[in-house]
Design a protein around this ligand. Structure first.
Ligand code: NAD
Ligand code: MG
Length: 405
């Protein structure tokens, strides 16, 4: 984990924020934390793909300097929909995302765009030395070493928003610098809810529908991550995310299914201690933690009542019924461009499943086939990574076109 050594003068005062993906689930939770702390946080820019109605409301409430809609038609629709006298400048296109992520006025960037589309603006925030609040795990999975290099060279502070990684960060020694042995760490215990289909066999997964897959038992999230949770690819991506963030290998991370989603992850030490972070399954906790770190602020989250919970359960993941976790481990071990290929093939497969073009159980098959055809290259530049991403998308789309749901 690359953390800045100390707080700068600016961090003691008002913090200006860009929220990439503000109309989504994480974006909305972030703005709720901002809403609770108007003396502490102000919004510099909000961005979305094309949700004009939600963006309009957010602009009226938070008065950002800039709003970006990546879709040009949606940007024009938004300009027409805003009441007269609103000073917010509405921009469009993907370049504007990187501009608002790196603007000199900005202190913190919430990276909450879903998928590979988040990579370039999140990198721009890292390169320009922002406090990067990383929800967009896909960007780290695609380009881990390049991303961490940008954080180091830009002097950025990287704080994990993913609840598991935020929990691991909170359970790590304060001065952790990426070496388990030096700190007496034995392994990371990465918890997983198991998703809506926990306990089913492969045969019982054949005919599950998109509506069933996005109905997560504990968390309310965007569609793509909900499907990833159902296939366990979300845990696979998180395994890779943990290895990059905490400088360890896949064998240093054990996935533990914990259906209550109250323990958000743990760190096991060589003296037998296990440190954990617990809380309600509400993303405002990790978001508020990262936004105010190293202070603590009210996140609007109810206190945990252990008597209400009564019990915690744990079980091993079923990697026969849910092979995506194995595929992610294989991709990290292969290294280079393979994690980007895994991610891109998964994005295409999930989209095809949501459009009912392929069955649920074809998601891992398709990813595995694309990975099987890939010649791994060293991920020496962003161009190499983006080329591998494109290649995998083309392969996955072609394979999906040959499958009938
Ligand atoms: P979401 O689908 O609810 O929101 C996605 C946001 O990104 C929206 O504002 C959308 O307009 C924008 N967007 C989508 N495609 C875009 C594109 N091509 N270009 C620019 N903007 C685009 O997703 P979410 O659940 O909020 O997840 C966001 C990210 O956070 C994902 O990477 C996810 O893995 C991660 N994450 C989410 C949760 C959660 O609880 N929702 C938890 C941990 C991590
Ligand atoms: Mg998570």
């Amino acid at each position: 984990m690359t953390l800045a050594s100390g707080l700068t003068d600016g961090e003691a005062g008002l913090q200006w924020l860009t929220v990439l993906g503000s109309t989504g689930s994480i974006g909305g939770s972030t703005l709720d934390v901002v809403r609770r702390h108007p003396q502490r946080f102000r919004v510099y820019a909000l961005t979305a793909a094309r949700n004009v109605a939600v963006m309009r409301e957010q602009i009226i409430e938070f008065s950002p300097h800039i709003a970006v809609m990546t879709d040009a038609g949606a940007a024009q629709e938004l300009r027409d929909a805003l009441p007269p006298g609103i000073p917010t400048q509405v921009l469009s296109g993907t370049e504007a995302l990187s501009m608002v992520a790196s603007a000199p006025q900005v202190d913190q960037v919430m990276a909450a765009i879903v998928g590979a589309a988040g990579l370039l603006p999140t990198l721009a925030a890292a390169r320009s030395g922002k406090r990067v609040l990383l929800a967009n795990k896909e960007s780290l999975v695609m380009a881990g070493p390049l991303f961490l290099q940008a954080v180091r060279e830009g002097g950025a502070t990287l704080l994990p928003i993913d609840s598991e990684h935020n929990a691991i960060f909170q359970s790590m020694p304060e001065n952790y610098r990426g070496n388990f042995a030096e700190h007496g760490i034995r392994r990371i215990l990465l918890t997983a809810s198991g998703g809506p289909f926990r306990g089913r066999t492969s045969e019982q997964l054949d005919d599950v529908t998109p509506a069933q897959a996005v109905a997560h038992p504990n968390w309310s999230m965007g569609q793509k991550i909900s499907v990833d949770s159902a296939t366990l690819m979300n845990k696979g991506l998180e395994l890779i995310e943990a290895c990059f963030l905490f400088g360890c290998g896949v064998d240093d991370v054990q996935v533990v299914v914990h259906p209550q989603s109250v323990i958000h992850s743990m760190v096991q030490y060589c003296d037998g201690s296990v440190l954990a972070q617990l809380g309600q399954p509400d993303m405002r906790t990790p978001i508020a933690h990262a936004m105010a770190w190293p202070e603590r602020i009210d996140a609007g989250v109810a206190s945990l009542d252990l008597f209400d919970l009564a019990r915690f359960d744990f079980e091993a993941p079923d990697e026969t019924a849910f092979p995506c976790l194995t595929l992610a481990r294989d991709a990290f071990r292969a290294g280079g461009t393979m994690p980007a290929v895994l991610n891109a093939a998964n994005e295409v497969a999930v989209e095809c499943f949501l459009r009912e073009q392929i069955p649920f159980t074809t998601i891992p098959t398709l990813i595995s086939q694309v990975m099987g055809h890939h010649q791994v290259e060293a991920a020496t530049s962003l161009d190499v990574v983006l080329r591998a991403d494109q290649w995998a998308r083309t392969q996955a789309s072609a394979l999906a076109a040959g499958v009938t749901a």
